[in-house]
Design a protein around this ligand. Structure first.
Ligand SMILES: O=C(O)CCC(=O)C(=O)O
Ligand SMILES: [Fe+2]
Length: 333
């Protein structure tokens, strides 16, 4: 396992190459993934099978989209009818981020609860916002999502095996997935020491697959005692994988979702593309039965995936007195 200034870099060729790999090569890979999940919760992957052209097409389209006037971009603003679209004022834990965003749902329509009220079972169908410019934006996004799904399922299999679970254990949760791809644009910032692109946070889905450009700025909080912020070095055409909250709960805390943030830059703008894997909205997120027993009782109370996310969205847009909803609120003391 190489180290790129900290987080491990893992070669996925045993599960992506066209020649069948030996069982021992796959076993070694599963071990490597397991250690990276335990020690860091963050790693980079190479030889992941995603064609370079598919990523480059989306990177170019993203630049063209954000290069438009604010007025044009606001024509596809996110609103209450769907989580898809453009916005420029996200708050992470009550602090405004120095970035602009465009979100696009993996599944269309995406079925979601109408509101965050636990007793209200009405649902809504979310559809995507489709900008006129750049041309073929939608097709480029769809092609990218297809690749993210393939890679995502491979990673979930490796993670399941590393926990001693059946390879396809996680798959059922994603049939009616609520995953989405996000285009992030971090403009140049005149006072980079006074702002953050994204404040410290943990991702609330199951798994995040992130493409970053060559500028750098993503930092991960090291899990050792010093809790230092470690820069995630850009590696051309690698993807950054991070475990998110739901895997922490499914694994009953064996793996943890790790805090990260994005610093900004006075000289260079930066682009990144996370793909957030989320299960179906009605998934009851709880520690998996195979991983609990009388010596290792469940550490989390079950929660509803869709309602949790809606509550989180509500708190991301305005200043609130309290901390927004976090999985530790479901921790069994
Ligand atoms: O831009 C990045 O490198 C990471 C962004 C991120 O953490 C997020 O959007 O959740
Ligand atoms: Fe994140």
């Amino acid at each position: 396992m190489e180290e790129a200034q900290g987080i491990p870099v893992i070669d996925l060729s045993p599960v992506t190459s066209t020649n069948p790999s030996s069982p021992s090569a796959i076993e070694a890979l599963v071990k490597e993934i397991g250690s990276a999940c335990k020690e860091w919760g963050f790693f980079q992957v190479t030889n992941h099978g995603v064609p370079l052209s598919v990523k480059q097409n989306l990177e170019e389209a993203s630049k063209e989209f954000f290069g438009q006037s604010l007025e044009e971009k606001k024509k596809v603003s996110r609103d209450e009818t769907s989580a898809s679209g453009y916005y420029e004022s996200e708050h992470t834990k009550n602090v405004r981020d120095w970035k602009e965003v465009f979100d696009f749902l993996a599944k269309e329509p995406t079925v979601f609860p109408l509101n965050s009220d636990e007793h209200d079972h009405r649902i809504i169908h979310w559809t995507n916002k489709n900008p006129q410019y750049p041309p073929h934006f939608r097709d480029i996004l769809r092609e990218y999502i297809k690749e993210m799904e393939k890679l995502g399922y491979k990673l979930l299999e490796l993670i399941a095996l590393s926990l001693g679970l059946e390879a396809k254990r996680f798959e059922e949760f994603f049939r009616e997935q609520t995953s989405f791809v996000r285009l992030n644009y971090y403009p140049r910032c005149p006072c980079p020491h006074l702002a953050l692109g994204v404040g410290p946070h943990k991702d609330s889905g199951a798994l995040t697959i992130l493409a970053q450009d060559d500028v750098g700025g993503l930092q991960v909080k090291r899990k050792t005692q010093d809790q230092e912020w470690i820069q995630v070095q850009p590696i051309p055409h690698a993807y950054i994988i991070n475990l998110a909250d739901i895997i922490q709960v499914w694994s009953n805390g064996a793996y943890e979702s790790v805090e990260h943030r994005v610093t900004v830059n006075s000289e260079k703008e930066r682009f990144s593309i996370p793909y957030f894997m989320f299960p179906a909205h009605d998934t009851e997120v709880k520690p998996l039965e195979e991983l609990i027993n009388e010596h290792n009782p469940p550490k989390y109370r079950p929660y509803n995936s869709g309602k949790f996310l809606l509550k989180r969205f509500e708190t991301n847009f305005q200043k609130h007195k309290e901390e927004n909803l976090q999985i530790h609120h479901f921790k069994i003391a």
